[in-house]
Design a protein around this ligand. Structure first.
Ligand SMILES: *Cc1c(COP(=O)(O)O)cnc(C)c1O
Length: 457
């Protein structure tokens, strides 16, 4: 059997991509202020910026787009979405939102009071920003292994129960509106949470009457890792594992742009009727009616269909296999990456890649810009720039200083990923030439999206 499984689909439509020269790329990255977010997509050869909304939808999803029921209220597509979420994830109530952060906004506003604490398994950018905007303080309670790019622990997304217990003792359960549990953990390297840990956290939370809310963005990838790595799950279907996972939570925020296989969309799902009712009152302010929440009928239909497609074993097996392929190529060549390879991306360890650059010179930001310049491959910084500043204005300094090579779903071939690996391996040979950066422009929130930089000597 092949180590890396072949595509479980064939290609029906193609989109040509740009082949650029070094001179063109030099001009483009200078104009973008050395921020890959500010590049124009027409100047990018292989786009590994993100797996968010970059999925290739299936013919069945596109067919569904033609069945959009664009009634203002009570669209049939909403009911299809509701049915999919109930059947596949098991939640009772669903409010569609324009994307994941729309759901984060609702949940944070509805549940967080100033002075509250929200424990989580490592922060995520938009999630923490919404928690802080509502006066909450995020507390990282992920296990220590998650902050160590060399640890081969198989469930680096797990919450440390002792850290969680100490926080509950320190601030009191009434100051913790919910535990925010990401499955998988994006910024730890796409690392999964074990079923045992989900069970334990839910039990502990229940004892203290604290809700557990999942950031379910990559829950199918998490289910796949449980099947492959956790004893007792090897013969269970992805659908059964996923259903069990979600049963250890009270609801979730979802970015449909990832594991629901769509280009836009998300939702808030809960089991608590009272919370749902309050969410319906709030969603009309920010998104739209509770039965469309910022989405067209056709978008809800594509998401409903994507939810079912994602739990097909052949789909998820191939997806993770592609990510593993890229990771293995880099590991074989000695390039420092976060291990084990996660579910949606390969993460370069920029501290080890560029040991001559201290963190304040933004090594991961600089590396992402150099990768683009060398190869036309677009990646993303996930280090000190993404982490932002604390309330006192100091940089958050994450232990992990990473460049993320994110694989869009069903978009690129193994040959594309080989090109990416070769470019990075070449760059690794000339790494000491890479210089640090400093800010030219920095926005006060979520600065990584729009910041501009120049080289420092
Ligand atoms: C993408 C993402 C979000 C936010 O979702 P959007 O659809 O981009 O608003 C939240 N959490 C995680 C882990 C994500 O990857």
């Amino acid at each position: 059997m092949n180590k890396y499984v072949a595509e479980p689909y064939k290609v029906k439509v193609v989109e040509p991509i740009a082949v650029t020269t070094w001179e063109q790329r030099k001009k483009a990255i200078e104009e973008a202020g050395y921020n890959t977010f500010l590049l124009r997509s027409k100047d990018v050869y292989i786009d590994l910026l993100t797996d968010s909304g970059t999925t290739a939808m299936s013919d069945d999803q596109w067919a569904g787009m033609n069945l959009g029921d664009e009634a203002y209220a009570g669209s049939e597509n909403f009911y299809n979405l509701l049915k999919a979420v109930k059947e596949v994830y098991g939640y009772e109530y669903v409010i569609p939102t324009h994307q994941g952060r729309g759901a984060e906004n609702l949940l944070s506003q509805l549940t967080i009071k100033p002075g509250d604490y929200i424990p989580g398994n490592m922060y995520f950018t938009t999630t923490r920003a919404h928690q802080e905007l509502n006066g909450g303080t995020f507390r990282d309670v992920i296990i220590d292994e998650a902050h160590d790019s060399d640890s081969e622990y198989l469930f680096k997304g797990n919450i440390c129960l002792d850290k969680l217990k100490s926080l509950i003792e320190e601030v009191g359960a009434e100051k913790i509106p919910y535990i925010c549990m990401a499955v998988t953990v994006n910024l730890a390297g796409g690392q999964p949470v074990s079923m045992q840990n989900l069970k334990d956290v839910y039990a502990l939370a229940g004892k203290h009457h604290i809700k557990v809310m999942f950031d379910a963005t990559r829950c199918v990838e998490n289910a796949y890792f449980i099947k492959k790595r956790e004893a007792g799950y090897e013969n269970k279907s992805i659908a059964d594992i996923l259903k069990e996972m979600m049963s250890y939570s009270d609801g979730c925020t979802m970015s449909g742009k990832k594991d629901c296989l769509v280009n836009i969309g998300g939702f808030l799902a809960v089991n608590d009727e009272e919370l749902y009712t309050r969410a319906t009152q709030m969603v009309v302010m920010y998104e739209g009616m509770p039965s469309y929440g910022g989405l067209a009928g056709r978008d809800m239909e594509a998401m409903a269909r994507g939810i079912y497609e994602a739990i097909d074993y052949h789909y998820i097996h191939h997806r993770i296999s592609q990510v593993q392929f890229l990771g293995d190529k880099l590991i074989e060549a000695g390039v420092p990456v976060v291990r084990p390879i996660g579910g949606h991306a390969v993460f370069l360890d920029a501290r080890k890649f560029l040991p001559h650059l201290e963190q304040e010179k933004f090594p991961a930001q600089s590396l992402a810009a150099e990768i683009y310049l060398k190869s036309g491959v677009r990646t993303m910084e996930r280090g000190i720039v993404s982490a932002g500043r604390d309330k006192e204005g100091n940089h958050h300094k994450p232990a992990l200083e990473l460049v993320r090579l994110t694989i869009p779903r069903r978009v690129y071939s193994y040959a594309h990923l080989e090109v990416v690996a070769d470019a990075i391996i070449d760059l690794y040979q000339e790494r000491e030439k890479i210089k640090g950066l400093e800010f030219v422009y920095e926005s006060p929130v979520l600065r990584f999206f729009t910041a501009r930089f120049k080289h420092v000597d």
